[in-house]
Design a protein around this ligand. Structure first.
Ligand code: BES
Ligand code: ZN
Length: 630
């Protein structure tokens, strides 16, 4: 049944592709728009769509509001209205025209909790420009307004946006679907003490006027439009790369991201030239809900990456890899999210292997595989066991629900397994062509599968269970197995500890935390069984200072072990950690385990901690944790 549906989708895709003029490079990729709809957008992009957006923004920290005009240059059309997505925005007026504007009618649709509202603006066949005057509100979920105490410098406020997956519509009225691509420009006004940065051409330093102009000439999906405003300076790290940070974090950034130029070189030589000219990083405050976010030309990064031992640089390799997988070739809908993340995790690992060798890369992949095993089990036992398929069906659900290790790690293992079947050389050749052929396009899983069949598997007469990997649940039997000797030895120490041995008096005697890498500690801590004895936990903590001094990555797994084992002596440190850090994957697991406890004490601790922490979290983390603790 599924196969029949799939084949008919594919057939209609291919016919629609053939019946239209072949799209040109850097094109307005229309052909796939014919075949599918985006279940997460109201926009009528099959009829009319934005081709360029200009933003006039005034960022006001006093009342935490952005006052804006979104000026949409739209495509040729035959309809008399254009539909945009909005969420938590106040629309003030709409007009058409460029130099001479004329007011035009608009209608706002019913509010839906997930998608927000449609904004339908009247146009006629000659309309080329639609202008929307608006302001953001307290319900603008993309925006994180931070008071000075939540920054490193503690003197100035900070603002950043998080658009992916469908939050851009909460700070800009636009057609918020990754199926459409637009170029954009912006004029942004901010307080004089602060610098404004966007996923576009950026200033090298603060200016006295507080006014900044931005250009993103390449066509990008709406979720990649991003803004950060704070007291930051620029530190170049190479010819075309650098980092923006508050001055307190400058030297840590310089140390941690030292290898960035090498990464860019390695990535380009793998899959083709870097197409975005500049690659910078902006170091955000601790509340940022992700490790990193691949906003083009300006990756947004979380200060938890500053581990002091470069053990989180793979996150930067990951965000850089998105410059190809995700930003150059984009998932058409959020059901195709694995095209962004699975390819990126695979690519990230190839960059890491290029720079640090195979055994380092294998260590990272092994840790990821451990995460995948946990995720598979969780999802298989959830309401939506079909979420273990790579291709998702998220209609009427939040795209966030697709953000699991299935897209990331199963997706990457699909490519690793394919690599083994066809040889690395052939896969690389195919991927390089794939990124080139679909540059600046948004594509579906089916377009990828068609490419894979016609350009790689069929010409070389190679059989591969692609269908099973993408459209079936669970992990196919033929997945490659990755092992790491160094991690194995840590796991065996944990197994001895589980058996009752005092490992601090044996294998770990007279060692200290820095004798092992972050990933070795992760492997060790994860392999200690739940309900570990408090004696073991306290002697480990005393010797290795996990609760007080480990980096955030190690602490996240350590506190999960403590929660699973009801080891409550670490509550003060755990609470401080949960208040300081807003990175969703680093906190949600801890809250979840506390709530899974059969003891009400743990639930109360989770709830009271959340109440203290929540004002400092971005909406993304706050809403996830609220669901867990309530
Ligand atoms: N693009 C994602 C973050 C994201 C995904 C935000 C979906 C909103 C919706 C980013 O590239 C990412 O994957 N970040 C990871 C990094 C990691 C897998 C190396 C993170 O934040 O932990
Ligand atoms: Zn990613």
């Amino acid at each position: 049944m599924k196969k029949i549906i799939f084949l008919s989708i594919l057939a209609s895709l291919i016919t629609s592709a053939c019946s239209m003029n072949k799209p040109e490079k850097n094109n307005e990729d229309t052909y796939h728009l014919e075949a599918i709809n985006d279940p997460h957008s109201y926009a009528n992009i099959n009829e009319v769509r934005t081709v360029h957006l200009h933003l006039d923004l005034d960022v006001n920290f006093d009342n935490k509001t952005i006052y804006g005009v979104a000026r949409h240059e739209i495509s040729q059309h035959e309809v008399d209205y254009i539909i945009f997505d909005i969420k938590g925005l106040e629309i003030l007026k709409t007009s058409t025209g460029k130099d001479k504007e004329q007011l035009t009618d608009y209608v706002i649709g019913k509010n839906q909790e997930l998608l927000g509202q449609s904004l339908r603006v009247a146009i006629n066949e000659n309309t080329k420009f639609v202008n929307i005057y608006y302001q953001t509100t307290k319900k603008s979920e993309a925006l994180d307004w931070l008071s000075p105490e939540l920054t490193s410098g503690k003197n100035h406020p900070f603002l950043y946006t998080q658009g992916q997956a469908i939050l851009t519509r909460s700070w800009i009225p636009l057609q918020d679907s990754p199926m459409n691509r637009i170029s954009y420009s912006a004029d942004v006004m901010v307080p004089k003490e602060l610098i404004a940065l966007m996923s576009a051409s950026n200033p090298l330093e603060k200016n006295d006027s507080g006014q900044y102009h931005f250009e993103m000439k390449q066509k990008i999906p709406s979720y990649l439009i991003a803004l950060a405003v704070g007291d930051m300076t620029y530190i170049p790290l190479g010819d075309n790369c650098g980092v923006y940070a508050e001055k307190e974090l400058e030297s840590a950034c310089e140390y941690e991201f030292h290898d960035l130029p090498k990464m860019i070189k390695a990535a380009s030589s793998l899959y083709g030239d870097y197409k975005w000219e500049q690659y910078d990083i902006v170091m955000l405050p601790f509340s940022f809900p992700f490790g990193g976010m691949e906003n083009p030309r300006l990756t947004f990064a979380n200060p938890t990456l500053l581990t002091g031992d470069r053990s989180s640089t793979s996150v930067i390799a990951h965000e850089l890899a998105h410059s190809w997988s995700g930003n150059l070739v984009t998932n058409s809908t959020w059901d195709d999210f694995w095209l962004n993340e699975g390819f990126t995790v695979y690519f990230e690992n190839r960059i890491m292997e290029e720079l640090y060798g195979k055994s380092e890369a294998d260590i990272l992949a092994t840790i990821e595989y451990q995460d995948l095993v946990v995720a598979l089990e969780e999802i298989e036992n959830s309401e939506h066991p079909e979420d273990t398929q790579l291709k998702l069906q998220l209609k009427d659900r939040s795209p966030d629900e697709g953000m699991t290790d299935i897209a990331y790690v199963k997706g990457a293992f699909f490519l690793r397994t394919l690599e083994k079947a066809v040889s690395r050389e052939k896969l690389d050749e195919f991927l390089k062509a794939y990124f080139n052929d679909h540059s600046f396009q948004s594509i579906t899983t089916e377009v990828f599968v068609n490419d894979l069949n016609t350009k790689l598997l069929e010409p070389k007469s190679i059989e591969f269970n692609t269908e099973e990997w993408i459209y079936k649940q669970g992990m196919p039997e033929n997945h490659v197995k990755i092992e790491s000797k160094r991690l194995k030895s840590m796991i065996s120490i944990a197994i001895d500890a589980n058996g009752g041995m005092d490992v601090t008096e044996n294998q770990l005697k007279s060692k200290n935390r820095n004798d092992f890498t972050t990933q070795e500690w992760l492997a060790f801590i994860r392999s200690i069984k739940a309900n570990a004895s408090h004696e073991l936990l306290s002697s480990l903590d005393e010797q290795f200072l996990f609760s007080s001094e480990a980096n955030a990555l190690v602490k996240s797994d350590w506190f999960k072990l403590c929660a699973k084992s009801k080891y409550r002596s670490v509550q003060p440190e755990m609470e401080a950690y949960l208040i300081k850090i807003g990175r969703r994957w680093f906190v949600e697991g801890i809250y979840q385990l506390l709530m899974d406890s059969d003891d009400a004490q743990d639930h109360e601790f989770a709830l009271s901690t959340f109440n203290k922490a929540k004002d400092g979290y971005h909406f993304v983390t706050r809403s996830t944790v609220a669901e867990i603790v309530n």
